[in-house]
Design a binder for this molecule. Structure first.
Ligand SMILES: [Zn+2]
Ligand SMILES: [Zn+2]
Length: 137
């Protein structure tokens, strides 16, 4: 049985569920993730879209071309601004879910840092995780 992970935004208007074990957890240090988080970037669980479900509320969508040149839809709570997940135009079968909004996470380890070339110099990079200067394939 895969685990069921529940997540929610800060105000609670949006709720979501991931019905899969998270095997890839990536910290993204791209400039867009820095802007949207107001921090060093985002940390995301990579999951299949079929294992992800919004169970409460309707997130708003903001679309921008990412540093990789790909069109990325970012979904967030329109009331409190919390990031919920992102999805690429070209790979709708996958979603990247903001890991900081899980309510009941099991212990997880970062598997990779991406866009390390634009990481802020005060940000922390786990030397045990894989590191990629830009977008991995
Ligand atoms: Zn909210
Ligand atoms: Zn990013």
């Amino acid at each position: 049985m895969p685990s069921t992970l529940n997540g929610s935004c800060l105000c609670g208007a949006i709720g979501y569920t991931v019905r899969a074990d998270v095997t890839e957890l990536r910290a993204c240090h791209c400039t867009n993730c820095q802007k949207i988080s107001g921090a060093g970037g985002t940390v995301n669980a990579l999951v299949a879209a079929k294992d992800f479900e919004i169970v409460r509320g309707t997130p708003k969508r903001y679309t921008k071309t990412a540093d990789s040149g790909r069109v990325l839809h970012r979904y967030f709570c329109g009331a409190c601004g919390s990031g919920i997940y992102s999805q690429r135009d070209t790979t709708p079968e996958r979603v990247v879910v903001r890991a900081g909004a899980f309510d009941n996470p099991p212990p997880m380890k970062l598997t990779a840092h991406i866009w390390t070339k634009s990481a802020r110099n005060w940000d922390v990079i786990d030397p045990a995780a894989q590191q990629t200067p830009g977008q991995p394939d």
